[in-house]
Design a protein around this ligand. Structure first.
Ligand SMILES: Nc1ncnc2c1ncn2[C@@H]1O[C@H](COP(=O)(O)OP(=O)(O)O)[C@@H](O)[C@H]1O
Ligand SMILES: [Mg+2]
Length: 318
């Protein structure tokens, strides 16, 4: 197969973008959604790097169905790169390495999708030192020259991965940086996501320590609601009482999200509950939709998230 390169900056887009995906909780749909967004950006002609900085749980290889990297790599992973144990983080071309035939067969208008996997058997860092931050900056600067979008999947919560990213981006002022906070559409996830951003030792507070401007950081941050259940009784064949209850809960969650400053204006988008993803972590390809296995609404949600992520209008003042 061949991956073609195309001019990457178009009208309404702000050039090269560094995207950091985070969530307070594990299981928030951060990796699955981020991989699907990266894939959709690649299909639309952009060269995309996917960097696995979820050091304790590097799952991107499994999501892209690269058999040899299901749980990370044994050579040149991001964890050992940051520790200085290898000279460079190794990238693998997803189209060439994937075991999934339909994923290898992207069209001639697609860009390249390159995974920088984590280390197999890697673990969360216990501390962040200057040398690690410098290596992170160097990696991001290098990727920035090769790719139009760089998606970095961070470890959950107030992690060292998040600290490294905040520290590194404070040194990358001339770059376009976006932060995505993933959360499920439940009470606990909404409260947790809000805490991760606004709470003690959260993203804003830690960012300020490293020299970020609070308002600027807040302006570069959007929320992604994942696996949101359908409340339309016609579509999901719910019983009347169940549909009414779900609609009530949905309204209550909307009120809570607004009260927690995660309201509509700060939302990049949402994904619907997808039966395929309830059973298996994977990319939702158009072939899955055409085979009537995955819902078309799920594929559309990823396309829309990808579009909004690189649309300047999304990021103009809240
Ligand atoms: N839209 C969705 N509908 C149903 N399940 C989903 C959806 N998105 C993600 N999931 C599932 O949720 C689980 C957690 O997702 P994952 O991306 O691994 O979370 P995280 O990276 O935040 O820990 C996975 O089993 C995944 O398949
Ligand atoms: Mg994950």
């Amino acid at each position: 197969m061949s991956w073609h390169t195309r001019a990457t900056t178009r009208r309404g887009e702000g050039g090269i973008v560094l995207v950091f995906s985070t969530s307070d909780k594990g299981g928030a749909g951060r990796s699955v959604t981020s991989c699907n967004i990266a894939y959709r950006l690649c299909l639309s002609g952009r060269n995309v790097a996917y960097v696995d900085f979820d050091f304790g749980s590097p799952t991107a290889g499994a999501l892209f169905e690269i058999g040899a990297m299901e749980r990370g790599t044994t050579t040149g992973g991001t964890h050992s790169y940051l520790l200085g144990e290898c000279g460079t983080a190794a990238g693998v071309d997803v189209g060439r390495a994937t075991d999934r035939t339909a994923l290898a067969r992207v069209g001639p208008r697609s860009g390249r999708l390159v995974l920088f996997p984590g280390d197999e058997g890697g673990a969360e860092f216990l501390a962040c030192d200057d040398a690690m931050v410098t290596r992170c900056v160097e990696l991001l600067v290098r990727l920035d020259q090769e790719f139009s979008v760089v998606v970095v999947d961070l470890s959950a919560g107030r992690s060292i991965a998040l600290e490294i990213a905040l520290n590194a981006t404070a040194q990358l002022r001339q770059h376009t940086v976006r932060w995505l906070i993933f959360h499920r559409w439940t009470r606990q996830h909404i409260l947790a996501a809000s805490g991760l951003v606004y709470g003690p030792n959260g993203l804003l507070q830690t960012g300020a320590i490293y020299g970020h401007d609070r308002d600027e950081l807040l302006g570069s941050l959007r929320y992604v609601r994942t696996a949101v259940p359908a409340t339309n009784s016609h579509l999901s064949a719910q019983r009347a009482a169940q549909a009414a209850w779900l609609q009530e809960q949905d309204a209550a969650l909307r009120r809570l999200a607004t009260a927690c400053r995660l309201g509509t204006t700060a939302v990049l988008g949402a994904t619907p509950t997808e039966p395929v993803l309830q059973c298996r972590e994977q990319l939702i390809l158009d072939s899955d939709v055409n085979a009537h296995i995955a819902n078309i609404e799920t594929a559309q949600a990823y396309i829309e998230l990808a579009r909004r992520l690189i649309d300047i209008a999304t990021w103009e003042g809240l």
